[in-house]
Write a protein that binds this ligand. Structure first.
Ligand code: OFO
Length: 164
């Protein structure tokens, strides 16, 4: 496969893997704070990021390239509130969107239309993920430090059929 595109896709594998680690860190923090609904949402989100990574691994290998599996890195973050978590989640997703857009641009430049087609799934996924993160963040900003509000928020997160 085109070497430039292969390199970009391998970089993306790393980003999806670090998203998975980051959301796992957030899930664990939430669980320790007693926010079990949010924790289960974030555990599931972490799993989904791993799926995004796997999809890329398989695509590269099927196209005759070589997927590079990155080492796991400790997410270098600390949180002190639910709002901070989702601010950082949105920021992270925006960085991922930029990276996906960059791949789209490179595919067009290199006339790699099959990767362009493959990567469209990620374009839609990013739209959904950013919208979801913004909705959650808006709710949290409304709630502020209200404990009752946070309790209900957490319960809603448990029941939400959110797909990340
Ligand atoms: Fe949420 O990032 Fe994957 O694509």
């Amino acid at each position: 496969m085109n070497k430039k595109i292969e390199k970009l896709l391998n970089d993306q594998i790393e980003k999806e893997s670090s998203s998975s680690q980051l959301y796992l860190t957030m899930a664990s923090w939430s669980e320790n704070q007693g926010y079990n609904g949010t924790a289960s949402f974030l555990y599931a989100h972490s799993d989904e990021e791993r799926e995004h990574m796997l999809k890329l691994v398989k695509f590269i290998n099927e196209r005759g390239g070589e997927a590079i599996i990155p080492a796991l890195e400790k997410a270098n973050v600390s949180f002190d509130s639910m709002e901070k978590i989702f601010e950082s989640l949105l920021e992270h997703e925006m960085m991922v969107t930029e990276s996906i857009n960059n791949i789209v641009g490179a595919c067009l430049e290199e006339k790699d239309y099959s990767t362009h087609n493959f990567i469209q799934w990620y374009v839609s996924e990013q739209l959904e993920e950013e919208a979801l993160a913004r909705t959650i963040l808006d709710k949290l900003r409304l709630i502020g430090n209200d404990k009752g509000g946070l309790y209900l928020f957490d319960r809603d997160m448990e029941n939400s059929s959110i797909s990340a």
